[in-house]
Ligand binder design. Sequence first.
Ligand code: G3P
Ligand code: CA
Length: 243
Amino acid sequence: MGGKIFAHRGASQLAPENTMPAFELAYQLKADAIETDVQLTKDRIPVLFHDIRLNRTTNQKGYIKDFTYEQLTKLDAGSWFSKKYIGTSIVSLEDFLKWVEDKPLMINLELKNHKIAYKHLEEIVLEMIEYFQMEERIILSSFNPTSIQRLAKMTHIQTAFLTSKRRTDLVEYAQSLGATALHIHYRLLRGNIVEQSRNRNMPLRVYTVNKRRQLLRCFQKKCDGIITDVPHKAQRIRNLFRI
Ligand code: G3P
Ligand code: CA
């Protein structure tokens, strides 16, 4: 089997991102893993949400950090996508892990702390993972190098440095932060980055890969994972590589 297929924010081309319908679909479409984004509410509850503001994907305006979990549960996070999803709510990390528990899915929790430095986000997320005893199934990732350094000191859970910025010593840099994996934007898939990451024993995953040509290239290059909005399409392309 080739690289693992991570459903980006769930099957986010088919259902509203980071909601239970998108996660359910990713599972039904047989994605190997789900990628999702974690932020904190005003009362420090970890929730799955991409933007720092509510505006684009809910019926409310403002920052997620300024609302309590209770307030957020009342919002509609589905109707922006389609009328079919009216009433779909924001999901807490706890409810998501409860749902994942009995399913054979890997999970990539992206700590969304590069725009807002949520205090203690790492501790809060690690505590919850420990509670569910899911350490082996989880990959933590962040665009924030300081957060990667903090995680490296706190846990043995696989931790990926996320980046879209070019630098020649990227693999070495990620390792120097304490990352054990690297998640790169598709445009950084060039030169000998695959070999470099392999030599350093760091799984290399690529985001956000939706186009057929790009998916083919990632599988050909034997990337360890691709993060995609279209896990069903990625499955079909990966099957072309099966003997
Ligand atoms: O984890 C990969 C990818 O999700 C990072 O970018 O903006 O989609 O969270 P973004
Ligand atoms: Ca993400």
